[in-house]
Design a protein around this ligand. Structure first.
Ligand code: SF4
Length: 368
């Protein structure tokens, strides 16, 4: 059995009706509860929870501090390639976007690494599009051999792979793999992914199962906020997380909530999410799940990221470039999306310290 069978028992419209009919007393019950259910999560992300933002933030803060202490992990993305055979309506690397395509060579990767290391990083997130002819498992193997000596922790945000392919690369130093469903709304998913392997909704939906079976140490889930109503998409993410934690209990999990950002090609969000609602969502996940790591990228504004440090997040990126070669090899190439917080890693680390938290550049080592 995979998540797909669980997912198929639910109807988007029924979940929507449930969430939008929650009341203040449902929210109060969720806040009081010691063993929260997915029904409680529906209440916490409902419009009825907005007046309870202050108690939600306080509880989220306490739970995060109890489990993670006053620490924030630092990571940086390294874009290896913008080649992509998919059309995704929200992405600057989409096949139908006429931009110069680039996959970094080993020398170029080393140049990128030298800049990233000088910034202080020991955690790197490797990012690619989906171009199976050039950016394939053998390419990943070469890259992992090349960069492994430089980083304590390597995460990957790459195209979904088969289980045996994950089994081939995980032992080469991959600590975590991020695979975002983008939206759990199956019909809208088709509209946003009209061409390429990514248009297969079910293959993507079952990717975390393949990762779990392959024995990944940590996996990251999430949706692209703005494609659909974030409340239902967040519920399905929470349900997916619940299922995975029960099924692959030795794996750790992280969540991310990227909001649609401007990019070359320009899709407007179908559903806007306010800063207040993003705070609500961060708190709802934390109150629901004390173990999950929550990350916030440079897509979010300076002011918002400053405000969120103590709320429930556990990792943050800084100084990010979203184009292959962006740090040294080809700084002028097209970005996947515009970043919002342009502060340097040193400035972000100083901001974290000013809030009484410790920026963590390395919290994991292969020897552990
Ligand atoms: S989101 Fe990923 S798969 Fe889609 S076009 Fe962009 S890089 Fe390619």
């Amino acid at each position: 059995m995979t998540f797909k069978e669980h997912f198929e028992k639910y109807s988007w419209d029924q979940v929507k009706e449930d969430i939008y009919s929650k009341t203040g007393s449902d929210v109060e019950k969720a806040l009081r509860s010691h063993k929260r259910t997915l029904e409680d999560f529906k209440a916490l992300v409902s419009p009825a929870a907005l007046p309870y933002l202050e108690p939600m933030a306080q509880l989220s803060h306490q739970l995060t501090q109890r489990r993670f202490g006053k620490t924030i992990q630092m990571y940086i993305p390294l874009y290896l390639s913008n080649e992509c055979t998919n059309i995704c309506t929200y992405c600057g690397f989409s096949l139908d976007n006429k931009v110069k395509r680039k996959t970094l060579t080993e020398n170029e990767i080393l140049r990128e690494i030298s800049v990233i290391k000088k910034l202080g990083y020991d955690h790197v997130l490797l990012v690619t599009g989906e171009a199976n002819q050039t950016v394939h498992v053998d390419y990943f193997k070469k890259v992992l051999h090349l960069i492994r000596p430089y980083f304590a922790q390597i995460s990957m945000e790459i195209q979904p792979l088969d289980q045996d392919e994950y089994e081939a690369i995980i032992p080469l130093g991959v600590n975590s793999v991020l695979v975002y469903q983008e939206t759990y709304h199956q019909e809208d998913y088709k509209k946003h992914h009209p061409k390429g392997k990514k248009s297969n909704f079910n293959y993507r939906l079952e990717t975390p199962d393949r990762l779990g079976r392959a024995g990944i140490h940590k996996m990251g889930l999430g949706v692209l906020i703005g494609l659909e109503d974030w409340r239902m998409d967040s519920f399905f993410t929470a349900m997916h997380l619940n299922y995975l934690e029960r099924t692959y209990w030795q794996t750790r999990y992280s969540l991310s909530f990227p909001r649609l950002r401007p990019f070359s090609g320009g899709l407007e969000p179908k559903v806007e999410m306010s800063d207040k609602e993003l705070v609500q969502l961060i708190c709802a996940y934390r109150i629901m799940n004390e173990e999950v790591e929550i990350s916030l990228s440079t897509r979010e504004s300076e002011k918002f990221r400053n405000h969120c440090i103590a709320l429930g997040i556990t990792s943050i990126s800084a100084g990010s470039k979203t184009n292959p070669g962006g740090y040294a090899a080809e700084p002028g190439s097209l970005e996947q999306f515009e970043i919002s917080d342009e502060r340097s890693p040193a400035e972000i680390a100083a901001m974290i310290k000013s809030k009484g938290y410790e920026p963590v550049w390395k919290d994991w080592d292969r020897a552990m």
